[in-house]
Design a protein around this ligand. Structure first.
Ligand code: KG4
Ligand code: ZN
Length: 341
């Protein structure tokens, strides 16, 4: 099936074309430079930039796929969770196209799309598997039983891991988005010199707000003496604390549920230290690890199109009165420890 995917939940306007599970094109217009002066995404600016970018991005995705609107057999679009004004730009565009072309469309959950991006990799996971979704807005561990069938096994109680990285970068005045800068700078630092706390060691849940506070305390203590040549070590130590808890807790959940496959996805899955430490730990424990292709970790429409194609082929389509949703949990916390129904 020829499917166009559209993504506009935060600060990336993206469109992609897939056909029979194969990615034909993926175009991403990032708004990073529009928000960097503010150190974070400004919702009103994001919506306006999506409106400017959406048509050119879709046209480019079709051109790159050697396709035209007439080839399309379905449309998939991120319905939520995300910034409501941003989501509405993609959703309204998808509905207008579906109506004009008289083809079905499906509203996709952004978190599920992040997980299913792993199905576009060369090595694909098989259900059931454990998925860590780790982005700017989410840090969740799911038992993924099938499409649309999830049990939430662990989640952050406060900040998301990406948010913890972004906030640290902001405190240290390193630029935006912080995750990428911290990843790069940490390669020059020693992660063992500054020790940051690993919170809630015995829980499947995460907490990152204390980590940010301990960085603030360190900065206050050092005051002006915070030597610039120490910065890579501080940043590497901070990143290490984030990475360690993500790896340890996810692997423990995998062991407790007796599963063999792990998907790690979302923007922070692009982090080089996370990929390295997860790969080491998973191979030591004999688990199979799946990362989506690097470019499909951060927000994109390929993951939306890929999931949408599966949904549409299985008869899942939405009506034209579908609304966007800013909050849309994939699953409620499972009542049983093993996450089974
Ligand atoms: O999935 P995503 O693009 O958007 C959300 O759905 O939130 O994730 C964005 C997050 C940001 O917090 C960003 O700092 C982080 O992913 N990120 C990274 C890296 N690239 C993006 N964090 C660590 N290392 C990276 N290389
Ligand atoms: Zn995302």
């Amino acid at each position: 099936m020829f499917v166009l995917g559209i993504e506009s939940s935060c600060d990336e306007t993206a469109a992609a074309v897939v056909r029979n599970g194969k990615l034909l094109s993926s175009v991403i217009a990032s708004q990073i430079k529009d928000h960097s002066a503010y150190g974070g995404v400004v919702p009103e600016i994001a919506s306006r930039k999506h409106i400017e970018a959406i048509s050119p991005v879709i046209e480019q995705a079709l051109r790159d796929a050697n396709a035209s609107f007439r080839n399309l057999e379905g449309i998939a679009v991120t319905r939520g969770p995300g910034l409501i004004g941003s989501l509405l730009v993609g959703l309204s565009t998808a509905k207008a196209l579906a109506y004009a072309l008289d083809i079905p469309f499906a509203g996709v959950n952004h978190l599920e799309a992040h997980i299913m991006a792993s199905l576009l990799g060369e090595k694909k996971p098989r259900f059931p598997f454990v998925a860590l979704v780790v982005s700017g807005g989410h840090t969740n561990v799911y038992l993924v039983k099938d499409y649309h069938r999830f049990a939430l096994l662990g989640q952050t109680r406060d900040d998301a891991a990406g948010e913890a990285l972004d906030k640290a970068a902001k405190l240290l005045d390193l630029g935006y988005p912080g995750g990428v800068v911290i990843d790069r700078m940490s390669r020059e630092g020693n992660p063992g010199l500054f020790c940051f706390p690993r919170a809630m060691k015995d829980s499947p849940d995460f907490s990152f707000s204390g980590l940010k506070t301990s960085l603030l305390v360190l900065m206050k203590k050092r005051g002006k003496d915070f030597a610039q040549n120490e910065l890579p070590d501080v940043v590497a130590g901070y990143q290490e604390a984030v990475v360690d808890v993500l790896v340890e807790k996810t692997l423990r959940t995998v062991r407790e549920n007796n599963l063999s496959q792990i998907v790690v996805c979302g923007g922070v899955a692009a982090n080089s230290r996370l990929r390295e430490k997860f790969s080491e730990a998973a191979s030591q424990e004999g688990r199979e690890l799946f990362f989506p292709p690097m470019i499909l970790c951060t927000d994109n429409a390929a993951m939306v199109a890929a999931l949408g194609e599966v949904m549409l082929e299985n008869g899942w389509s939405d009506s034209l009165d579908l609304n966007a949703v800013s909050r849309w949990p994939l699953a409620l916390p499972s009542l049983r420890k093993d996450g089974r129904d």
